[in-house]
Every structure is written in C-alpha cells, then in structure tokens.
Write a protein that binds this ligand. Structure first.
Ligand SMILES: Nc1nc2c(ncn2[C@@H]2O[C@H](COP(=O)(O)OP(=O)(O)OP(=O)(O)O)[C@@H](O)[C@H]2O)c(=O)[nH]1
Ligand SMILES: [Mg+2]
Length: 392
C-alpha cells in the first residue's frame, strides 16, 4: 500500500525515494506510456508493444497501474510527450498514487531530463525504455563481468545526459578548484569507463584463450542465440548436463555459459567402435527489439563466444504470436554484430501448438527449414543430433 505523502518532501527525501525506485526497493506503481507515429501499427501491434513493456515492468517487480498510447506525427521536441498530455498523465498518476512513468520509446537525453524536472516536484520519476532494460540488467547480473558490462553500458547511456545536467550543475563550482561539478563528474566517469574497459579486456582475453583451446581440441562449437525468453537456457540444459537458470522472465541470462554435449557416431555395425564427437554449446544473453547500440557494444565480449562459434542455433518461441517480428529482430542484431556463420533455426515450445498450427508454421517458415523442438518434452532432439553429427 502506498503511504507516502509527497506534498511536503525535502530534496533529500525525494532523492532517497528516487534511488529506492532505481534499486527496486520501493513499491513501484507504474504508468506506462507508448508514443507511436500516427501512421504506425495495427491495433494488435500496439497491444503487443504494450504487453512486452508490461513484461519488462513485471520482470522489474513493478506493478502497472495505468497505460496510455499516444499517436502523434512527431514527438514533442522538449518532452517527447506533448505538453497537455503530460499534464493529464501527471494528474492521473497523482490520483492513482503512481510513482514511476515509463515511456516505451528511446528518448533524447534532453527530453528525459526535462520530463524528470517536471515530475520532480510531484515525487515521481521517469525512465525511458533503455533505462528500464538497464535496471533489469543491473538487478539480474550475477557475475563480475556482466556487472562491469552493465556499468559500462549505463555510463555510455548516461553520458549525454550529463551535458544537460551541465546547465544545472555547471553553475556550481567546488571551492577553489576552478572546475565545475559537471567537469568533475565527466572526468570521473571517463576514468571509470577506461578502468572498466581494461578489466573487460582481461575477461575477453581469457575467453579468447578458451576458444583457441577448444579449437585445438577439435570441438564443434554452437552458439545459442535468440529473443529473450525463447527457451535458450532450457535448450542448453536439456542438451547438456549443465544447469543454467531458466525462468519465465525477460533477461534471466546475462552471461555466457558453456556446456558439453556428446554425439555418438552413427555406426551401421554396432560392434564397430566409433569415436563420438564432443560439441560445446554456449548460452548467452537474449535479444529484444530496439536494443540500443551502447548495450550491444558493452556485451561484445560475452557475445564473442557466439559470434565465433562454428554454427548458430537461433532459438525461437514457436508459440509466440509475434514470431515473424522477433525472428527478424534477432536476425538483424546478428547481422549488426557480424555473426555470419551457418544459422539453424530451432523452433521451441511446439508442445504449446495444435497440430494444425504446427503444420501452418512449417509452411510459413519453410525457407528457414527450422528444426521443431520442445525442450520440455525432449521432442526434436534426434534431428539436432543428426545435424551436429553431419557437421563432425
Ligand atoms: N511450454 C514450454 N515452455 C518452455 C519450453 N522451453 C522453455 N520453456 C519456458 O520458457 C521460459 C523461458 O525459458 P528460458 O530457457 O529461461 O529462456 P531464455 O531464452 O534462456 O530466456 P532469457 O535468458 O531470459 O533470454 C521458461 O519459463 C521455460 O520453462 C518448452 O519446450 N515448452
Ligand atoms: Mg536464458
């Protein structure tokens, strides 16, 4: 239950609430707003965008109280959401005691800064889509490397905003230093960025050595990639003895895990001993639409295991109504990160489909020649093994 009265908050109390929201320690009562071009999307697509945004909010343990879709030819230059509508949103948020406004778009730094300035007196905070994804990453990251990668992405994301803050902070100076607060902050962040890069290079080197070691041993390497929540970690677990966290939430995996699978040689004569083949699978972070380049860049070393694998398994949630769009998003990102090796489409969760839906799917995606699997029921695994055996 929301109990704080914001009407008489001091600066310090407000800052505390904002940082609690940032770390997810406060009750999050969220208003989500999605701003679309006037000529954009069918109703269905608009709802899907909202649903994905809702899943992201739920993943962050927030509760969506209100939603709003605005269609405009152009977003407002200053505040992205057009003025009158922003007033209405604030009013609604006050009535419903919402404390966080999430805008499902990627805003310019000065726009998110301006909105936050407007919301501040009401004890509310605004994030854009990237802020939300970063917060989820921050919460889910477990390894030192992924924490560093996220910190780097956050610095890159926040950097342009500091220029806007400069208008406020730049006026103030540390006594006697002759340097403005903005300059001090920029210097500090630049140093931190370079320290993180050095640290991440060490991890990248270790990874590179491991990859070379695997190559020398003649292992076949498979990179498991796909949209978030498609079932990549579940596939990894089912094919190997590895146990990777698989959960019904977005971005459950934020680092790379490597597992080993043994493919028995296919011998016609059972009594002839045939050496099998070891295959190494690497499971990694999932993709999502509108992933900003600074996030992909920060995860380069994690993604390198996939980029440099012999073959890619592009795992797809076959039961997803937005399957076409999501396949395209992942293919586009793979192109962006220059992952050009052979790609096999693995359509997962077929247990969720009726026979007629499955038949329809096969026809629609015949050019991609997908392997149809259910990791829950271990269906389609023979086909995966056959494919890997042919590669050996
Ligand atoms: N019905 C059904 N559900 C599945 C199947 N495979 C995975 N799931 C479910 O899908 C959800 C996501 O699975 P994960 O393996 O965590 O997916 P992921 O692609 O690794 O997700 P991220 O790491 O968050 O990107 C979980 O709730 C799984 O139990 C399947 O074959 N059938
Ligand atoms: Mg996963």
């Amino acid at each position: 239950m929301w109990t704080i009265d914001y009407s008489n908050l001091s600066e310090r109390e407000l800052e505390k609430i904002q940082s609690d929201i940032g770390s997810g320690q406060s009750d999050l009562r969220v208003f989500i707003a999605d701003i679309l071009p006037r000529d954009c999307c069918h109703r269905e697509n608009m709802q899907d965008r909202m649903l994905e945004l809702e899943s992201l909010v739920t993943t962050f343990w927030g509760v969506v109280i209100l939603e709003h879709i605005q269609k405009r030819s152009l977003p407002d230059y200053n505040t992205y959401i057009w003025g009158g509508k922003l007033d209405e949103i604030i009013h609604e948020m006050q009535l419903q005691k919402a404390n966080l406004l999430i805008i499902g778009n990627i805003l310019k730094p000065h726009q998110i800064f301006k909105i936050n300035e407007i919301l501040k007196p009401f004890g509310m905070v605004a994030w854009d889509r990237v802020d939300l994804i970063l917060k989820i990453f921050q919460r889910n990251a477990k390894t030192t490397e992924s924490k560093l990668q996220i910190e780097l992405a956050a610095i890159k994301h926040m950097w342009p905003r500091i220029f806007n803050m400069g208008m406020e902070l730049g006026k103030q100076q540390w006594k006697g230093s002759g340097e403005s607060n903005t300059e001090i902050m920029k210097r500090h962040l630049a140093k931190r960025q370079s320290d993180i890069r050095k640290e991440l290079d060490k991890y990248a080197n270790v990874r590179k050595n491991h990859r070379e070691g695997r190559k020398r041993k003649g292992y076949i390497t498979v990179g498991i990639v796909g949209y978030t929540n498609a079932g990549k970690s579940s596939l990894m677990n089912a094919l190997t003895k590895k146990w990777v966290l698989a959960e019904d939430k977005l971005f459950a995996t934020l680092w790379t895990s490597v597992g080993k699978m043994w493919i028995q040689a296919d011998s016609q004569e059972e009594w002839v001993y045939q050496k099998g083949t070891e295959v190494l699978l690497s499971d990694t972070i999932g993709f999502i639409r509108d992933l900003p380049p600074e996030l992909i860049d920060a995860f380069t070393s994690t993604l390198e295991d996939s980029i440099e694998s012999d073959i890619l398994f592009h795992v797809v949630d076959a039961s997803d109504p937005k399957i076409d769009e999501k396949v395209q998003v992942v293919d586009d990102i793979l192109e962006q990160i220059r992952a050009t090796q052979k790609r096999v489409y693995v359509f997962n969760k077929i247990d969720m489909l009726q026979i007629s839906e499955l038949a329809d799917l096969k026809i629609r995606f015949q050019d991609k020649d997908p392997i149809l699997v259910s990791t829950h029921y271990r269906r389609g695994f023979q086909e995966i093994e056959n494919l890997l055996r042919d590669l050996a």
